[in-house]
Unconditional design. Structure first.
Lengths: 115, 114
């Protein structure tokens, strides 16, 4: 799986959008971008994933550049409960749509949301 | 609660003792994973099961570690002759067979080896 690079930490004001960048310049054509977060003392939580199109769900939006070498996770209206470590992960999907599920976590970005 | 549950949540043991952790995945999930997380690091993959078959083990999983999923439901992770370096959070996750890589994690079992 391709390696990712994320900033070590970021701050965001409550109610503002949090934009978390991720570089994955060695990504291959069959590799998806996944985002997970881990709130203190809890297990990681899936947020969103995408291949090349932008994606949105109830938690966040994922913007992937056209060359797929970087992406941005957007939390549109950050709250104090969004304070967590955010992991950007690139993983390959196997042919036929089945997935292995093994994730390679880096150190992630510590997002701190301030009042 | 229908999420992934792990037991115990915390375990303190002396070096050389054996410990066992249990994971109960989401009931319809075929796949079950064990990860380990040390302070300040992201989780690291240890092993995974598809139903009762253990299909991959990381080289992090030394001979002192053994995992089972006897009936394709709950799983146990046993560490024999614990060492201080085994101190970590042990995370269990489960997913559907044909899931899109969305893993559901439990809250983990924290091991402290004195």
């Amino acid at each position: 799986d391709a390696k990712t690079t994320q900033p070590t930490s970021m701050d965001c004001a409550e109610g503002r959008a949090a934009n978390l960048p991720c570089n994955h310049s060695t990504i291959s054509g069959n590799e998806y971008v996944y985002w997970y977060r881990q709130i203190h003392s809890q297990g990681p939580q899936y947020i969103i994933h995408g291949l090349k199109n932008n994606e949105t769900n109830e938690m966040a939006s994922l913007i992937i550049t056209e060359d797929r070498k970087s992406s941005t996770l957007i939390l549109p209206h950050a709250t104090l409960r969004d304070t967590a470590v955010y992991y950007c992960i690139v993983r390959v999907e196997h042919a036929g749509g089945t997935s292995y599920g093994k994730l390679t976590f880096g150190q992630g970005t510590i997002l701190t949301v301030h009042p | 609660d229908t999420g992934v549950s792990q037991d115990p949540r915390h375990k303190i043991t002396k070096r050389g003792q054996n410990v066992t952790f249990r994971c109960d995945p989401i009931s319809e999930h075929n796949r079950l994973y064990w990860y380990r997380q040390t302070l300040g690091q992201g989780p690291e993959f240890l092993t995974y099961f598809q139903n009762e078959a253990q299909l991959e083990k990381s080289r992090l999983l030394s001979d002192r570690f053994s995992a089972e999923r006897p009936k394709g439901s709950f799983s146990t992770l046993e560490i024999q002759r614990t060492e201080q370096g085994d101190s970590a959070m042990y995370l269990c996750a489960s997913s559907l067979l044909a899931g899109a890589g969305e893993l559901f994690f439990g809250e983990g079992s924290r091991l402290t080896v004195l």
